[in-house]
Design a protein around this ligand. Structure first.
Ligand SMILES: CSCCC(=O)C(=O)COP(=O)(O)O
Ligand SMILES: [Zn+2]
Length: 244
């Protein structure tokens, strides 16, 4: 075994080095990580598990996974020290964006998709009065989102879900400062859309990141279809029944 291989060797399917390849294989079937785009990273205790760059994400193996220690990084997280590096690869270009979710939000998992629905929503927003914020309310699936950072419970049916949009940059890593700024401006958001590119979604753990990403993709698809039917994303609906 080469140095660090023990960090990605486990018979437990829930081990991050096994989970990242199996999640990416599922995400590929949804069109989230096609053509090497998109990906997923997991942070467990101090260890961050990262996919290689430019590989077919649905075909990855546990032995392809990078591992770094958050505590061992310098304060800027720019000079990254890997505990395990597979030969022949570079780490994902999304690494600094995933690290932002782990360090600024204490997330346990961050997913980046190139979903058509996410891209279409950012294109539709371009020609609106509010191109930098996706907003939707009065849709049941909104309940699939947490209320926000360090808050308990989920959003309610009548709450408005708001997802900020940042502009794309020629290089994925250059998105980091804009993603971090969007997090600061929108402390309760669990996702940031990237115009003409996709979306970053995170959660306290893998289950929450995955279900929030699924809920969001459902809402993006619904929003695109609503726009086609000239239906508004924000509506005034009088609450019915007891308000809890
Ligand atoms: C055709 S994918 C372009 C890069 C990108 O947007 C992405 O999400 C994947 O980056 P990685 O370095 O993880 O391959
Ligand atoms: Zn991308």
């Amino acid at each position: 075994m080469a140095s660090g291989d023990e960090l990605v060797t486990s018979s437990n399917p829930e081990h991050p080095a096994n989970l990242i390849p199996s999640l990416c294989a599922k995400f590929w079937t949804l069109g989230w990580v096609t053509g090497t785009g998109g990906g997923c990273s997991i942070c467990e205790d101090d260890l961050v598990y990262i996919a290689p760059s430019g590989v077919q994400k649905e075909l990855m193996k546990p032995s392809d996974i990078y591992v770094l220690s958050l505590a061992a990084q310098d304060a800027s997280l720019k000079n990254r020290v890997y505990l395990r590096s597979p030969p022949c690869y570079k780490p994902s270009q999304c690494t600094p964006l995933f690290l932002a979710a782990f360090t600024l939000r204490g997330a346990g998992c961050c997913i980046h998709t190139h979903s058509h629905w996410a891209v279409l929503v950012t294109l539709l927003l371009e020609s609106t009065d509010s191109p930098k914020m996706f907003e939707i309310n009065n849709i049941e699936q909104i309940k699939g989102f947490g209320r926000g950072f360090q808050k308990t419970g989920n959003l309610g049916y009548h709450d408005t879900l708001r997802i900020p949009v940042i502009e794309n940059t020629p290089h994925e890593e250059d998105l980091t400062e804009f993603l971090e700024e969007a997090m600061r401006q929108n402390p309760d958001t669990y996702a940031v859309l990237v115009r003409r590119h996709g979306v970053y979604v995170w959660g306290d753990n893998v289950h929450k990141a995955k279900t929030q990403c699924e809920s969001l993709d459902y809402l993006f698809q619904l929003a695109v279809e609503m726009k086609r039917l000239n239906l508004p994303w924000i509506s005034e609906v009088t609450p019915v029944g007891p308000q809890r």
